[in-house]
Design a protein around this ligand. Sequence first.
Ligand SMILES: N[C@@H](CCC(=O)N[C@@H](CS)C(=O)NCC(=O)O)C(=O)O
Length: 211
Amino acid sequence: MADTTYTPPPVWSADTVSGGRFASINRPTAGAREDKELPVGEHPLQLYSLATPNGVKATIMLEELVEAGHAGAEYDAWTINIGDGEQFGSGFVGVNPNSKIPALLDRSGPAPFRVFESGAILVHLAEKFGMFLPTDPAARAEVIRLLLHHRKELQSELARRVILKFTPVLRFHEDRAPERADRILHILDELGLPNEAPDKPAADKPTDDEA
Ligand SMILES: N[C@@H](CCC(=O)N[C@@H](CS)C(=O)NCC(=O)O)C(=O)O
């Protein structure tokens, strides 16, 4: 039953004791907390994940692709135990500076690249193997709409609805909102932005006068 007596602190601090398993794990800053390389297996796709609601999205997608006969979708799956803080090892932070599972390393081409955010992994795999993402613009827009709507609206609101029943977790979520925002800003400041914009076609590049 929800505890209606709870009042969030007027001034939030990272030291706020708010309960919840991740309260002591998460911080308002991003970045690696220890040197720890990620294992790499024999397949072109390396999945670093766990069987959580976000984690299984990538796994189900890969399994569907393999089942459909896409040999290139064979992958090595590595467990990242977020309860033990493995998402803060240097190797994992390299594939997701936000330290959340799932994350994918695509080593199928000459230059390996990372893909994180469960929705982005689904889109990447759908495009790579030509499955699940229609080419017809209207159908494609509908699939993208469903994916984003699920990710942003449905999932978070349903989760909040369930969480409201559990006071310690509610406290965790309410108290941790500023922390999560600070961490995202930290990533934007220091970790997540490439040093240079991706190459644009020459015609799109600004001339000296425009730059
Ligand atoms: N927007 C992200 C969210 C991923 C996410 O929240 N993952 C959770 C597990 S379901 C996690 O890694 N939590 C670890 C933590 O918060 O430290 C996505 O869709 O991939």
